[in-house]
Design a protein around this ligand. Structure first.
Ligand SMILES: [Ca+2]
Length: 394
């Protein structure tokens, strides 16, 4: 009996089995909280903070510190709750913090203080001016957020289906000593640039990278870490668009210091300037390129055997949608794993293949399934079929 009680107590310490919803509501009934901070202060690990948007679309004016395992979510599906202020996260081992559906009018979401590893989910948020910064000690899933004027920076995790509205901002994979040989997925984002200085494996799939160049803004993807490990980078099905140029010296689509597979991408330079974008690969680094499409570039990836130079623009400069007819249609690697969702041969660019941008946009702030892991080829040999899906709800 004593052992049973000890076991029960141990369970209670690990998980708050009495997790409850703390309701935040302006002029709400008794038992609700008038500020998010008050609800967080009252909450226990594992609770949810359910937030009603304020009357008259007003923001909650407060800086919020999240120092527990908590989930923040909107009380109304598809309607975000406004916050005027910063959300700061404090890390602690095994802590999980989830923020869904916040609309931050002025402020950022920032992780501070050490403590590997804290799991953080930031999903369906609209951040007008600030950044999402969750470096080093955080394992971050940053999904379906709109950043009007900010960057996303993480060290571990995944960045899926986000839109960065300012071409001077970027997706950053920051240095981390937390774990080695990590794989980070950067999938189906609309942004200008991706920058990585860390020794990690990157899957960069189906991003629409539309860039204006400025003096400090001279690349679309830069991978600074120097390694000879095979296939540090998989760069598949991205669409690169360069719309203007005012930098005379530096202008690169890819700057890579580690080996990469580069396929099914579209590299497009708009017609209105003369400086050609280039590719910069460190000496001795193996870049394997195939099924890439180039428009209006004078320089292709020089290791590509049969690059396809197009005489007409393959995509719309803003949306990245294919302009038909184009060889990029059904122009991806014809292997089954790159097929489109309509089971035709894959299209090159960000709308081709399983991770087509169509799956992630428009961003509505409502519930979404954002990742499905399943076999590419399904056979009927009688074995179990394992499918794993990840999603969030309001
Ligand atoms: Ca196709």
């Amino acid at each position: 009996m004593k052992k049973t009680i000890q076991t029960l107590l141990a369970l209670l310490l690990v998980t708050n089995v009495f997790a409850i919803d703390r309701i935040v509501q302006e002029n709400g009934p008794s038992g609700t909280f008038s500020t998010i901070s008050a609800a967080v202060a009252a909450a226990l690990d594992g609770d949810r903070i359910i937030i009603y948007p304020k009357i008259g679309d007003n923001p909650y004016i407060e800086n919020i510190v999240l120092n527990k395992t908590l989930e923040l979510a909107s009380a109304e599906d598809g309607v975000r709750y406004k916050i005027q202020g910063d959300i700061s996260l404090l890390a602690a081992n095994n802590r999980t913090i989830t923020i869904i559906g916040a609309h931050i009018t002025t402020g950022s979401i920032t992780g501070s203080a050490a403590g590997w590893r804290t799991n953080v989910n930031v999903m369906g948020c609209l951040i007008e001016g600030g950044d999402i910064t969750l470096n080093n000690q955080y394992y971050a899933s940053v999904v379906s957020n709109i950043l009007g004027n900010g960057s996303i920076s993480i060290a571990h995790g995944k960045i899926i289906g986000n839109e960065l509205g300012n071409a001077n901002k970027k997706i950053i994979i920051a240095n981390s000593g937390s774990i080695a040989n990590d794989t980070i997925n950067i999938i189906a984002n609309k942004a200008a640039r991706i920058e990585c200085s860390s020794d990690v494996f990157l899957n960069i799939f189906n991003n629409l990278l539309v860039r204006n160049t400025f003096s400090d803004n001279f690349y679309s993807i830069i991978y600074n870490f120097a390694s000879t490990t095979a296939n540090k980078l998989n760069i598949f099905n991205n669409t690169f668009v360069l719309t203007s140029n005012n930098s005379s010296s530096y202008n690169y689509f890819l700057v890579l210091n580690s080996p990469a597979l580069v396929k099914n991408n579209i590299f497009q330079k708009a017609n209105n300037f003369t400086v050609n974008p280039r590719f910069s690969f460190a000496a001795g680094v193996n870049i394997t390129a195939s099924y890439n499409y180039y428009f209006n570039n004078s320089i292709n990836i020089n290791s590509e055997n049969q690059p396809t130079d197009l005489v007409a623009a393959p995509v719309n400069n803003t949306t990245g949608q294919l302009i038909l007819p184009t060889a990029a249609l059904n122009g991806a690697d014809p292997s089954f794993e790159f097929y489109d969702l309509d089971l035709s041969v894959g299209d090159a660019g960000c709308y081709g293949g399983s991770y087509t941008l169509d799956n992630y946009f428009p961003i509505t702030g409502s519930s979404r399934v954002y990742n499905i892991e399943m076999p590419f080829g399904i056979t009927t040999n009688g074995g179990p079929l394992n499918i794993k899906a990840e999603s969030f709800d309001r």
